[in-house]
Design a protein around this ligand. Structure first.
Ligand SMILES: *[C@@H]1O[C@H](CO)[C@@H](O)[C@H](O)[C@H]1NC(C)=O
Ligand SMILES: *[C@@H]1O[C@H](CO)[C@@H](O)[C@H](O)[C@H]1NC(C)=O
Ligand SMILES: *[C@@H]1O[C@H](CO)[C@@H](O)[C@H](O)[C@H]1NC(C)=O
Ligand SMILES: *[C@@H]1O[C@H](CO)[C@@H](O)[C@H](O)[C@H]1NC(C)=O
Ligand SMILES: *[C@@H]1O[C@H](CO)[C@@H](O)[C@H](O)[C@H]1NC(C)=O
Ligand SMILES: *[C@@H]1O[C@H](CO)[C@@H](O)[C@H](O)[C@H]1NC(C)=O
Ligand SMILES: *[C@@H]1O[C@H](CO)[C@@H](O)[C@H](O)[C@H]1NC(C)=O
Ligand SMILES: *[C@@H]1O[C@H](CO)[C@@H](O)[C@H](O)[C@H]1NC(C)=O
Length: 309
């Protein structure tokens, strides 16, 4: 009588002690969109359990799932959330095809012979960002810009390059869906030599890091400098044409009769020749850009293939 009578009372006391304490484990778990989720409370099996309760709070809307030898089966949650058993008989919450709408606070409580357990699990979505790399010009400075678009949680961006670069700047924006777009701006030194510049996106919850590489050869670097020069030259040429045309039209209107011959001369010689040189510069500008885009695409494809993303 003694042993078999005392043990259940001891279990109950432990259960009450744990319950009164109100102590709950807190943890955060990350899941990928589209994957089936297996969320464990603890490893108590049906044979030992009294009940399992899940209280799920998704953006303020509560739902409840309960089951167990001493509790009726109840479930008013949406999205196909159900309790399953593992082969060892441990209960867990199953969410089929996880979506952003399953993100929330999941509180589980288990009472079992031997105690009680409570955990508050913050369920967060993992969304891998789209990684791209490009070049930008701003304020006389050239940048390599790495963009990790629409990721969650916010990734960390880092660079692998041999240039000694001044300050790298980062920008992050939160998107409507709660994902984050991160950009890292790497200034290119004027004397940059040929290099493969790699941007690495990582987060502790990701199994793999993601990276993307932009190749700078001496040719592309030189082409960039040429296009800068061409841009400047084009601006000056355009400005000169505008000023010239303005002056000419002014002159034509004011002194149509007197300067008629002179204007005709000017228009035939000066204007067409400026247009020609402008066209040449435009061709120069376009070529390096094309060759640079092709390189990036081929590298991006191969790194995307490696990751299978
Ligand atoms: C259940 O988990 C606890 C700690 O998490 C561990 O000590 C125990 O061995 C586990 N029991 C089984 C049956 O896996
Ligand atoms: C449910 O979560 C919201 C935040 O999403 C919070 O404001 C609210 O207090 C929570 N409700 C309960 C009962 O925990
Ligand atoms: C589910 O049931 C619980 C307990 O009865 C209730 O508090 C909750 O509001 C219900 N949620 C929904 C979405 O019906
Ligand atoms: C889990 O196993 C117990 C005992 O074998 C059973 O009564 C219960 O229905 C099972 N639950 C599910 C969701 O299969
Ligand atoms: C580029 O210039 C910076 C200073 O402007 C200098 O520190 C660096 O060593 C130079 N790098 C090369 C490869 O010449
Ligand atoms: C850049 O990477 C390519 C292969 O992708 C390699 O052939 C080349 O040597 C690398 N260049 C530098 C400067 O690291
Ligand atoms: C980029 O990813 C590829 C494929 O996983 C890997 O082999 C390579 O080492 C990575 N490069 C860097 C610089 O992290
Ligand atoms: C690129 O140019 C730098 C100096 O401008 C030189 O040191 C380097 O060897 C060149 N690299 C290649 C691959 O030609």
């Amino acid at each position: 009588m003694g042993r078999s009578g005392i043990l259940p009372i001891l279990y109950l006391l432990v259960a009450i002690a744990v319950g009164c304490d109100g102590a709950a484990d807190s943890r955060t778990e990350y899941f990928e969109v589209g994957k089936d989720v297996h969320l464990s409370c603890n490893n108590v099996t049906w044979t030992d359990a009294l009940y399992y309760i899940w209280k799920i709070n998704i953006t303020g809307v509560q739902c409840l799932i309960s089951d167990g030898p001493s509790k009726p089966n109840y479930n008013n949650c949406t999205g196909g959330k159900v309790l399953h058993n593992t082969t060892r008989g441990e209960s867990y919450l199953h969410i089929p095809s996880f979506t952003l709408r399953d993100e929330g606070m999941y509180t589980c409580e288990t009472a079992y012979r031997g105690g009680a357990y409570k955990a508050i699990i913050t369920v967060v979505t993992v969304v891998f960002p789209d990684l791209t790399i490009r070049q930008e010009n701003g304020g006389g400075q050239r940048f390599v810009v790495c963009s990790a678009a629409g990721g969650k949680p916010k990734p960390t961006l880092s660079w692998e390059k041999t240039w000694d670069s001044p300050e790298i700047t980062e920008k992050s924006t939160t998107n409507a869906k709660g994902t984050i777009t991160m950009e890292s701006w790497l200034p290119m030194p004027k004397n940059a030599s040929s290099d493969n510049v790699t941007c690495v996106a990582s987060h502790p919850v990701w199994i793999h890091k993601k990276n993307i590489t932009m190749l700078f050869t001496n040719q592309t670097l030189q082409a960039d400098i040429n296009s800068d020069v061409a841009n400047a030259a084009t601006s000056v040429a355009v400005l000169l044409i505008v000023v010239l045309v303005a002056l000419l039209s002014y002159a034509t209107h004011k002194h149509r009769s007197k300067l008629g011959v002179l204007v005709g001369h000017c228009c035939q010689s000066a204007v067409p020749s400026s247009t020609e040189s402008k066209e040449d510069q435009e061709v120069e500008e376009v070529e390096p850009y094309e060759s640079y885009v092709q390189r990036v695409n081929s590298i991006y494809n191969s790194s995307a293939d490696l990751f299978g993303v």
